[in-house]
Design a protein around this ligand. Structure first.
Ligand code: C2O
Ligand code: CU
Length: 479
């Protein structure tokens, strides 16, 4: 009798609780509350499975080795306006040699430093073994004048990448040390022309030479060093020859110290399909795309198959005045545009449900006074190397926030990772692509999501090189 009552009571109690929970859940759903979020995303399980091997953990390896020799040294270079100018180059070329390999091949670079300064090479955007990342004091010792170093790695991802020093970047990149690294995927369609445009703006003095004062208090306190001479592939007034009917794959790389470009393709129909290396999950219009220092953009353009005497132009419209970057002259020959679908990525996560996930870390970007005239740039009120590293675990989802407390631009770049922008100023953003560099505008708050796959200590810094040089850098340790 006693037992019987107790059983009924327990059963009734459980049923009551169940009804109550169901009622709360359905009310939550009908109110449009993010019911699934608090049920499943706190552990991050969903967000990790949504990642779904968007890019691989291991490099595909064919066993083939492609070897390059690079020598950094001073040179005299002829700009198109006939002026001889002293630059620092890789192999006497501006930009440095375009290195092209196929996915699966191993790159081996025998590097010699013949500069009057220490240097290193960083392979921007490439997921390399940490020891090959080229960050002095983090992944290797700086390479002294006269010394050599061998960089070797097998890229894990096809796409448009680039290389540059990671020592005194604001001086060494400005003087001309940068080049493209293209990893081709043999599966991707062949374009009539596969073209790299490396954008750079040089600041010259009255004598026409590279203005020799770097990290001036003015540049550091503002948006870095913006130049007065526009160059594409090391040439002023750059001209690109195309045939009517050509289908172009343009790989645009911003190698400038600090200048941000907003692309204006004029009369051309420009389809974006890869950003910062990896393919996008769907194509998008490249008109008006913002290419901050460090960013890359791959564009698919079909030159109309009609004879034409006027050129096409590609310009920059980021500032009030438009700057012409490239003149495309249409040759009197007919090209043949292959018919194929613009390549897109197969897997790409939908992380819209991460909106309600609190950030794992909020980087506060700001500046402090340092002495009388100078300022230093800070992340969480600390200038590098005093900034504290954060630690992330492999194969987990993380949301990180950048809060720009300053009135300056900060294109933030994280080494060894791809990330997705989730929100700007609390508003959801759904870009169909990964990035390794994102421009944070004045007073803006940007949330990103990532699933780290590569172990090591990875730099996280502003790609306005004058900001990075004066403190705006930290590291992320992936374990
Ligand atoms: Cu292109 Cu650490 O950067
Ligand atoms: Cu900055």
């Amino acid at each position: 009798m006693h037992v019987q009552v107790s059983k009924t009571f327990t059963f009734g109690l459980l049923l009551g609780i169940l009804i109550l929970l169901t009622a709360i859940y359905t009310t939550a759903l009908s109110l449009g509350l993010p019911a699934r979020d608090w049920l499943t995303t706190t552990s991050g399980v969903n967000l990790v499975s949504a990642f779904n091997n968007s890019y691989p953990e291991q490099a595909p390896a064919s066993g083939q080795i492609v070897e390059y020799s690079l020598v950094a040294q001073k040179n005299h270079i002829q700009l198109v306006n006939d002026q001889e100018i002293e630059m620092w180059t890789y192999n006497s070329q501006l930009p440095g040699p375009q290195m092209r390999i196929s996915l699966g091949q191993t790159l081996k670079i025998n590097f010699t430093n013949n500069l009057p300064q220490e240097t290193t090479i960083h392979f921007h955007g490439v997921r390399v073994p940490n020891a090959m990342d080229g960050v002095p004091g983090v992944t290797q010792a700086p390479i002294k004048p006269g010394e050599t170093f061998v960089y070797t790695f097998t890229p894990k991802d096809a796409g448009t990448y680039w290389y540059h020093p990671h020592v005194r970047g604001s001086e060494q990149l400005e003087r001309g040390l940068y080049g493209a690294l293209i990893v081709e995927d043999p599966q991707e369609p062949k374009y009539s022309q596969d073209i790299v445009w490396m954008l750079d703006d040089l600041r010259t003095g009255d004598d026409g030479q590279v203005y020799p004062y770097f990290n001036t208090p003015h540049d550091v306190a503002h948006d870095g060093r913006w130049g007065n001479v526009f160059m594409v592939n090391g040439q002023t007034d750059f001209k690109q020859a195309v045939r009517a009917g050509d289908r172009l794959r343009l790989r645009i790389i911003n190698a400038s110290n600090a200048r941000v470009y907003q692309l204006d393709f004029g009369e051309l129909d420009a389809i974006g399909f890869a950003v910062d290396g990896l393919l996008a999950s769907e194509t998008f219009s490249a008109q008006g795309f913002i290419v901050a220092p460090g960013n890359r953009l791959d564009v698919d353009i079909i030159i109309p198959a009609i004879s034409r005497t006027r050129p096409y132009y590609v310009s920059d419209m980021f500032t009030d005045r438009s700057n012409r970057l490239v003149t495309l002259n249409v040759l009197d020959k007919l090209g043949s545009a292959e018919e194929f679908l613009t390549p897109t990525a197969k897997n790409h996560p939908d992380w819209s449900q991460a909106m309600s996930t609190p950030p794992f870390h909020d980087y506060r970007l700001n500046a402090q006074r340092r002495g009388h005239m100078q300022i230093q740039w800070t992340m969480d009120n600390q200038a590098y190397p005093n900034s504290a590293p954060i630690e992330l675990e492999k194969n987990k989802f993380y949301k990180l926030r950048f809060t720009n407390e300053s009135y300056r631009l900060h294109p933030m770049h994280i080494h060894g990772q791809f990330f997705k922008v989730l929100a700007r100023n609390g508003q959801p953003v759904s870009e169909p692509y990964w990035r390794d560099t994102v421009l944070i505008k004045r007073q803006e708050v940007v949330d990103i999501g990532l699933v780290p796959l590569d172990n090591g200590n990875w730099a996280n810094h502003c790609h306005i090189l004058e900001h990075a040089e004066s403190g705006m850098m930290t590291t992320i340790k992936v374990i």
